[in-house]
Design a protein around this ligand. Structure first.
Ligand code: GN1
Ligand code: MG
Length: 359
């Protein structure tokens, strides 16, 4: 066991003696570890918060504390059973929920027992996930607290395109030639994909508290496929509802992998779409506006597109943001996301019809 990690955990209020610390999960931003103790069923998750990405850890943890407290209150009001498995719980270090060791920021949360994450899901699980995200957004719809933007302009498509254009102009590491074809294919859709920002400026599209990282692996399921809770709350902030709808489908409805080198594997699975949309519309109908509802097909295309633009910009910038495993990893990701984007766009009429009929 790594003694540095053990020492870090010992600053937090935890029950029991630490017996093991091992790497956990596959996030592209933070590093996570499972911390086992000698108390039966008592384990924790230690995370190093990526300080390059999250510049203001105080604000970040503040948001998370407000959100988890609000959700806990709602679950209590609803008389839910097993609440400790349905909302994250952070342990304290002094008065705070994080610890700074002069180099890195760390936090520790209670490990939710008998929970599972999945990299892919069947339609039945997707339906549960749709309900869970609609419910997550509706529980947070009446939060009084003001949440800060943990990452300013995080899901702002115009801003992400500007980053890409800046990276193209700078061509910092000389990769533009290798990326040229992809760059052109992405930029051809730039105007079309900035619809959300235009609607917002026209006063037609509100911002609400969203999760903003609803990858399928950011959700804990129980053994029967029911969603226990959503995890990875770093990016919870005001955004368009499209964020949560689109990012889940980007990962769950992709028949291939996010970084699939074989583009033939990548396609958009309409069974997953229908199941997820049904669950989402059931729990979100109470607050969705016509504009939000009427553009859910666009949300499904927006996220492969936006994430691809981010991968491509990071590729041109020299891989400073996303963790990569090999040299062209971010370019391979951008290609796979573009393939997915095209598959989604082809299904626009079918998706629109499905949402229309669901009334
Ligand atoms: C990052 O940390 P992780 O892997 O859940 C990223 C998301 C991207 C995703 C792509 C803070 O999420 O926005 O969609 O990678 N998170 C941040 O896999 O940038
Ligand atoms: Mg994650």
């Amino acid at each position: 066991m790594d003694n540095r990690l053990k020492d870090i955990v010992s600053h937090f209020d935890i029950d029991g003696e630490i017996v093991d610390i091992k790497p956990l999960g596959a996030g592209l931003i933070n590093d996570s570890y499972e911390v086992d103790t000698d108390r039966r069923g008592r384990a924790y998750v230690l995370q190093r918060i990526n300080h390059n990405v999250f510049r203001d850890v105080e604000l970040l943890q503040n948001n998370i504390e407000k959100v988890t407290a609000h959700i806990r209150k709602k679950l209590i009001e609803r008389n839910e059973a097993d609440i400790d498995r349905k909302v994250l719980q952070f342990t304290r270090c002094g008065g705070k929920t994080y610890y700074f060791d002069d180099k890195d920021y760390w936090r520790v949360m209670v490990f939710i027992s008998d929970s599972y994450t999945h990299e892919s899901v069947n339609p039945e699980y997707s339906y549960c996930a749709g309900k869970a995200f609609g419910d997550f957004q509706s529980m947070l719809a009446d939060i009084d607290e003001v949440l800060g933007e943990t990452i300013p302009d995080f899901h702002n498509m115009e801003f992400r395109l500007k980053q890409l254009r800046d990276a193209i102009d700078a061509d910092k590491v000389g990769r533009l030639d290798a990326a040229r074809e992809m760059v052109d294919r992405y930029l051809a859709f730039a105007d079309e994909m900035c619809l959300a920002e235009r609607l917002h400026r026209e006063g037609k599209l509100p911002k609400r508290i969203c999760h903003c990282d609803t990858k399928v692996n950011n959700m804990l399921f129980d053994k029967d496929g029911n969603v226990l809770c959503v995890i990875d709350l770093d990016t919870v902030m005001p955004s368009f509802v499209f964020s949560d709808f689109g990012d889940f489908l980007r990962t769950a409805a992709n028949t291939g992998m996010e970084d699939d080198p074989d583009l033939d594997n990548v396609d958009f699975d309409m069974d997953i779409f229908r199941a997820f949309a049904k669950g989402y519309l059931e729990s979100a109908s109470s607050f969705l506006t016509e504009t939000e509802r009427g553009n859910l097909h666009y949300a499904a295309a927006l996220f492969p597109y936006m994430t691809g633009v981010r991968f491509l910009a990071d590729y041109l910038d020299g891989d400073n943001y996303f963790k990569t495993q090999y040299d062209d990893h971010n370019l391979v990701r951008a290609k796979a996301q573009f393939k997915l984007f095209e598959s989604v766009r082809r299904r626009y009429p079918e998706m629109k019809a499905f949402v229309e009929d669901f009334k």
